[in-house]
Design a protein around this ligand. Structure first.
Ligand SMILES: Nc1ncnc2c1ncn2[C@@H]1O[C@H](COP(=O)(O)OP(=O)(O)OP(=O)(O)O)[C@@H](O)[C@H]1O
Ligand SMILES: [Mg+2]
Length: 265
């Protein structure tokens, strides 16, 4: 399968703060990969570097075979993102917002595309509302429409369901899986909802303090952190174990120690 995202030895330092520290990984076309980790682990910083929004301190990023620095425009036309924490211009209506982004991405027949996406994410009735007047869950759906406008081949979803109610989140997940199956795109996904990650992601990369702690299927990662005898994926337990172990060195030295970052080829 073609590699959609290839990250090699990527690091980002903010002053003395090492937000991301020498991480390497790949996401293949058609895969949904979860980027997991406690608050401040470096997930959003990683995604921002992959989107070219912030410059890495070190390392290389290749997307769809293109080096992000040398082929920035080509790459950015083929990617998109949705984030719970990036705001859209609040005075513009939903339609105006999507219209601006569609023009930026030079989406062919963009009005039809916007109508199709509003329907797909079930917000056609909001098209003439100013974005600043919407509830956070409604804004999240506008963000998802925005993210799909240019039919991206690589999609970054940073907590895309954070403000959705359980039913809307369920439907959004169905949509992501549907889009992946139909368009074969690669998705890098963050969420603090571990059940959601287990449901949606083929593979997960667990990061902690900017470093990769474990990588593989949800079951692989559970075994890497909690022990080989575990029979079911339990990322919730993995998460709690990592967070508590890092608070208390005594726990980390207990029966289920955190493994050191794996060497990356
Ligand atoms: N612009 C910045 N300047 C200084 N420090 C930053 C900046 N952006 C991020 N950081 C720091 O880098 C670290 C990683 O932050 P990041 O936002 O990537 O975490 P995250 O894994 O997305 O966490 P969360 O789950 O809370 O969203 C944090 O310690 C954060 O305070
Ligand atoms: Mg974040």
């Amino acid at each position: 399968m073609t590699v959609a995202i290839r990250v090699k030895h990527l690091s980002k330092r903010f002053g003395a703060q090492e937000a991301v520290c020498d991480i390497s990984f790949e996401v293949r076309q058609g895969e949904i990969v979860g980027l997991l980790g406690p608050n401040g682990a470096g997930k959003t910083t990683t995604i921002q570097m992959l989107l070219g929004l912030i410059e890495p301190t070190a390392g290389d990023i290749e997307i769809l075979g293109w080096d992000l620095v040398r082929h920035r425009t080509t790459v950015l036309q083929q990617v998109n993102f949705s984030s719970a924490y990036v705001s859209l211009p609040p005075r513009l209506t939903v339609w105006e917002n999507l219209d601006v982004f569609a023009r930026l991405y030079e989406v062919p027949d963009h009005q039809a595309r916007i109508r199709e996406l509003l329907e797909y994410f079930e917000i056609t009735q909001l098209r003439d509302r100013q974005v600043g007047t919407l509830s956070s869950g409604q804004v999240a759906r506008v963000n998802l429409c925005k993210a799909m406008l240019n039919r991206p081949r690589v999609l970054f979803l940073d907590e895309p369901t954070a403000s959705l109610d359980p039913d809307a989140a369920l439907r959004a997940r169905e949509r992501f899986k549907e889009i992946r199956a139909r368009e074969g795109l690669a998705i890098l996904y963050t969420s603090h909802n571990m059940a959601e990650i287990e449901e949606v992601c083929d593979r997960v990369i667990f990061i902690h303090r900017g470093r990769i702690l474990a990588e593989g299927s949800p079951l692989d990662v559970t075994r890497q952190i909690l022990g080989a005898a575990v029979e079911e994926p339990d990322l919730e337990e993995v998460f709690i174990h990592v967070a508590r172990a890092s608070e208390s060195p005594a726990t980390a030295a207990g029966p289920r120690p955190i493994q050191p970052p794996r060497a990356v080829p």
